[in-house]
Each structure stands twice: as C-alpha cells, then as structure tokens.
Design a protein around this ligand. Structure first.
Ligand SMILES: [Zn+2]
Length: 127
C-alpha cells in the first residue's frame, strides 16, 4: 500500500490543478493498490504525437489544461496494467473526492474506450 507519492510522481504533477494534486495525494494513502503518476500536464506537441500514434483521439484533452492525470498501478515495485487493479485505485480516488468535495471523472467509467489509468476534474464544475 502506498503511503505517499514518490518524488518522481510529484514532479509529474507540476502544473496540474491543485485540487487534483490533493486528490492524488490522499488517494495513494487510501488505495490498497500502490500507484505512480505517469502523466499530468501535456504539451500540444505531445498531444498531437499521441493522436498520430492512436493513443488519443481528442485535441481537447483535459491534460492540456492540467485538469487530468494518468496513473500506473504498482505491485511489488513493478508497473502493472492488469485491469482489475484500476477499479481499486479508482475507488480510492472516489473516496478522496467525496472527502474533499471535489467532482472527478474516472476514465474507466466511460461507456466507450474505457481509460482505466485516467482521472480528470469534472468539466461541469471545473471548466
Ligand atoms: Zn489521461
């Protein structure tokens, strides 16, 4: 169980909305599955590269404005992409969101093209 975010994860949160940073910090303490932050704020150049590679579809990614982060599950110090780990991390984010009164959206709840590692501040509250 992760108690706090690594220094590397904290560096990747530079430029991310402080409410989302606060959520990630609490979520890592609550989550039964440790995780690291793989991406926060994204440049337009990188977004274009991701679209070209087929890894993203939108030019309006919430990563461009610091309203989204991606995480990677860690088991015994190794990154794991097994789907069942991600709802457990999401439950920790959602619990932290309730406690902090911050509206978030988990990419794993999207009806199409589920994105388990992705969390963003709710557009309705944080445009
Ligand atoms: Zn993302």
């Amino acid at each position: 169980m992760g108690v706090r975010l690594s220094e590397r994860s904290m560096k990747r949160l530079v430029g991310v909305h402080p409410r989302l940073v606060a959520l990630a910090r609490e979520a890592v303490a609550l989550s039964p599955v440790d995780f690291m932050i793989t991406e926060g704020l994204r440049t337009r150049e990188r977004q274009r590269a991701l679209i070209r590679a087929g890894a993203s579809r939108t030019k309006h990614s919430r990563h461009l404005t610091g309203h989204a982060i991606d995480v990677a599950a860690m088991v015994d110090g190794q990154v794991r992409w097994d789907w069942p780990l991600y709802p457990r991390i999401a439950a920790a984010f959602k619990a932290a969101a309730v406690r902090q009164g911050t509206a978030i959206v988990w990419g794993g709840d999207w009806p199409t093209l589920r994105d388990g590692p992705h969390f963003e501040l709710d557009r309705a509250v944080f445009p």
